[in-house]
Design a protein around this ligand. Structure first.
Ligand code: HEM
Length: 203
């Protein structure tokens, strides 16, 4: 990532065009990090009317809460292959690699997606009933995850790419935190923060 930033920024301004088109490894590293550490690790929706999951096996009555876990889905070998637990940005650069929004739900946990997710859906029925479904719904639906997908996903990737390129072009970072762990939450913050020491890079 640092060598990509160095070589690209030696020849181009760090503008919109560069961030979108010339830093593919950096953007891949961000996507890969979000796969393993999704900002929204668990989410749920409530059915506003009676429905049935696309594979036809599970009834979802009005009022049922449907809970699903992008954190778990990002680590499933059935979606990502045997190296699912490994941080490997290169996977995003392989020709033809384009996971659907149902396989990579980090930005796509909108209302339609939660009923149409390919992978594991953990269904918790309030009022003391609970169902767990593992099934493939992908054939039943097109490859968009519904109308309530994150509106800011492209902007978020753009901002993160620019922020990382800006930092890494002039600084290097040394990890000081030990025992890095999560603070359980609706989002996925790091407990006690992540302590690093930043140093100016030698030019
Ligand atoms: C890494 C950054 C981000 C992640 C992982 C993320 C993820 C998500 C997720 C999971 C949802 C669906 C929440 C739900 O319905 O339960 C969502 C919705 C939304 N996000 Fe983001 N988001 C990010 C950045 C942004 C940014 C930068 C913006 C705006 C500039 C934004 C705007 C929105 C909006 C407007 C919705 C609601 C869409 C709707 O319900 O119709 N997000 N986001």
């Amino acid at each position: 990532m640092v060598s990509e930033v160095d070589s690209v920024l030696a020849e181009h301004e760090l503008d919109y065009e560069t961030a979108v088109n010339r830093l593919p490894y950096t953007t891949a590293a961000i996507k890969e990090s979000l796969r393993l550490q999704p900002s929204v690790p668990v989410d749920f929706k409530t059915a506003v009317e009676d429905t049935v999951l696309p594979h036809g096996k599970v009834r979802v009555p009005k009022g049922m809460i449907v809970m699903y876990m992008p954190y778990v889905m990002g680590r499933m070998p059935s979606i990502w292959g045997e190296g699912a637990a490994t941080w490997r940005p290169e996977r995003w650069l392989a020709p033809g690699f384009r996971p659907t929004a149902y396989e990579y739900p980090v930005f796509n946990v909108g209302a339609a997606a939660c009923f149409r997710m390919w992978g594991v859906l953990i269904l918790m029925l309030l009022r003391r009933r609970c169902v767990c479904v593992c099934g493939c719904c992908v054939d039943a639906f097109p490859s968009q995850a519904g109308p309530r997908t994150c509106l800011g996903q492209n902007m978020a990737l753009l901002e993160a790419t620019i922020a990382i390129a800006t930092l890494f072009r002039s600084l290097s970072f040394e990890l000081r935190s030990t025992n890095v762990t999560y603070q359980p939450s609706v989002t996925l913050p790091i407990r006690h923060g992540l302590q690093v020491v930043a140093s100016a890079r030698q030019s």
